[in-house]
Design a protein around this ligand. Sequence first.
Ligand code: ADP
Ligand code: MG
Length: 402
Amino acid sequence: MRKQTVRDIEVRGRRVLVRVDFNVPLEDGRITDDHRIREALTTITYLAEHGAKIILCSHLGRPKGRVDAALRLDQVAERLAALLGRPVRKTADVVGTDAAAAVGAMKPGEVVLLENLRFHAEEEANDPQFARRLAALADVYVNDAFGSAHRAHASTVGVADHLPAVAGFLMEKELTYLGAMLERPTRPFVAILGGKKVSDKIPVIRHLVTKADTLLLGGAMSYTFLQAQGLGIGKSLVEPEMIDLARELMEEARRREVGFELPTDIVVARAPEAGAPRRVVPVDGIPADWFGVDIGPRTRDRFAAIIREAGTVVWNGPMGIFEIEAFAGGTRAVAQAMADAHAVTIVGGGDTASAVDEAGLGERMTHISTGGGASLEFMEGKVLPGVAALDDAAPVGPEDGG
Ligand code: ADP
Ligand code: MG
């Protein structure tokens, strides 16, 4: 179901509460990456230009329901003001007297940033009273924090009970790309899955088996599948309790005639460490005391050929221990093949996104999802509570003439 967006509602002169994701990485109290603040600028600028009174709220880190001076949002407000080219008034509290006073004094186009939502335990508990107090600050609610949409918190779900609730542009973009990918992909639809834990990715595979034409598997996760096929995997990472499930999923893929490609050759290393001796072996030749650390060159070529023919490609999870240069080749090859492809290309997952960025290929993907956990749950076919809470758009059908 399509959701209403900021474009569908009147915001002029109204108080608009915007849930953003300003959960930026901090080191020694300094912001080390302001990507998330920059991403929110489109929605904030739109609202400012349309005369809204903009009340921003976000969490930062894990203060666990208590005021933690190191996690106050003052620095975020400063950075935002610099990027936005407008003053940003940071309040001393979230729903207290300072927030109320700041909002009461606002003029159209002005920006207020509330203090860290998670200074209140009621935020994560989705406490109805807290949600009501948050909602009382505003006339309209906008959710632009896709990365938090898989959590039912007061600021992502509770407030939407009390206000008209619509998606911001970032949220809209995520829903458009991820939604279209699952609902009406241009075929062939190829899903590439890798990364560390099979147990994290099983629900994704289970759902994508019903949607995709071909699944390509790499990364640590693939060794559980290889072992399920009876192959020796040496000291590679494996989740023995997932082997039966892995076998079932391969059986399910066969039944549905969905391609299910595992590596045919592997880069193995003496140890999963930089500088360790390494070599390429066929998948049935992994030495007993070596570690599988990347997909081999034949597998890279095979995956690239399949990606070249695809209409849609979604990728979650690196093909190897890409943090170590010597084991990054498979991940880079997949990123390059996607960049060169004609397909709609979508990247999800924090590590996968940073691998793509490090390869300098971010600009060449159709969409890189900002929501790690949220994009995974979306790919599992789950309805995200923060999305469900937003108001549905009017259906557009051939009969209602627009
Ligand atoms: P994402 O964050 O994109 O969802 P994951 O967190 O699932 O991805 O997986 C990323 C991690 O998987 C990386 O830290 C990478 O080193 C690790 N990984 C990939 N392949 C292997 C492997 N063969 N052995 C050990 N770790 C691996
Ligand atoms: Mg990760």
